[in-house]
Design a protein around this ligand. Structure first.
Ligand SMILES: C[S@@+](CC[C@H](N)C(=O)[O-])C[C@H]1O[C@@H](n2cnc3c(N)ncnc32)[C@H](O)[C@@H]1O
Length: 266
């Protein structure tokens, strides 16, 4: 694999300042209610719901919300209406809210939702680990621990660490890693505070938002020759050393970046 790395042009330190997407989405829905009511002629809940959904979905795109907000904006108010119509026990709403909070803890700040690597991604990773004994990999935002637990099962001499911010996925990852003893270690916390200097490979499956900042972090901390592997999301302005197409439908691709050898190359 040839070294095609280049320095990204002045990258923003953090995502653009302003209201978090969830707050923008809520405000958008509130603003869509009166025009939806007028469009539906104050007549018929179904028309009103359809108008509100379409206005909010379109408005979300105009406001620059990420693509995954499209289905959320389309379904948010109809789902609320369904729940009200179903006359559910009042405990369901706070229960569901707490459950979502435990799964998506901090998503407003991190801009990284919870979803899991496809099997094809996990199968490709052992081939990227160094053949030297005891390779060390860290999954930055390890979700339910699928990646590190599977790798620990196939590469018995390796050490596979995960950091996860959201409590419920962290708990699932902890349980999943129990059978692998010392080969897997879990931390509940923020990977921006982790020291990456000891790792041969840092794996990330995040979102477009943190990639530029993550690249700066790995350049500052990881050793020359080690790898950052990002599932689906490229580092803006940096050519990967390799791109691995995962083949399976919706499995995406792995962007492989090698940490350059000298400060000047960084
Ligand atoms: C898309 S999921 C990927 C899960 C897992 N790595 C996988 O590939 O199956 C991203 C995870 O990163 C976590 N996350 C996002 N930002 C984080 C941060 N700063 N520190 C720790 N975890 C974070 C989210 O809570 C989420 O569970």
């Amino acid at each position: 694999m040839s070294n095609m790395l280049r320095q990204p042009a002045a990258l923003p330190e953090r995502p653009a300042a302003g209201w978090p997407p969830a707050a923008r989405a809520l405000l958008l829905h509130a603003l869509c209610v009166p025009p939806a009511w007028m469009l539906a002629g104050g007549d018929g809940t179904a028309w009103w719901l359809a108008a509100e959904s379409l206005l909010a979905a379109g408005g979300g795109l105009l406001l620059g919300l990420a693509p995954w907000w499209l289905p959320i904006n389309l379904l948010f108010v109809p789902a609320l209406a369904l729940a009200l119509a179903a006359d559910l026990h009042p405990g369901w709403a706070p229960g569901a809210f707490v459950l979502l909070l435990l799964c998506y803890w901090g998503v407003g700040r991190t801009q990284v939702p919870l979803f899991f690597s496809a099997d094809a991604a996990v199968h490709a990773l052992p081939g990227l680990l160094p053949e030297t004994p005891r390779p060390r990999l860290i999954d930055l935002g390890c979700g339910n621990g699928k990646v590190i637990a599977r790798l620990a099962a196939v590469r018995g001499d390796g050490s596979f660490d995960g950091i996860e911010y959201a409590p419920l996925p962290w708990l699932a990852a902890w349980l999943r890693c129990l059978p692998h003893g010392g080969r897997c270690s879990l931390r509940w916390g923020d990977f921006w505070t982790a020291d990456l200097s000891g790792y041969d490979l840092a794996y990330a499956y995040l979102s477009p938002v943190p990639m530029a900042r993550l690249w700066r972090k790995v350049l500052a901390e990881m050793r020359p020759g080690t790898l950052l592997v990002s599932n689906s999301f490229a580092v803006p302005g940096v050519a990967p050393e390799a791109v691995i197409e995962l083949g399976e439908a919706r499995a995406g691709r792995l962007y492989v970046y090698r940490i350059p050898g000298t400060r000047e190359q960084r």
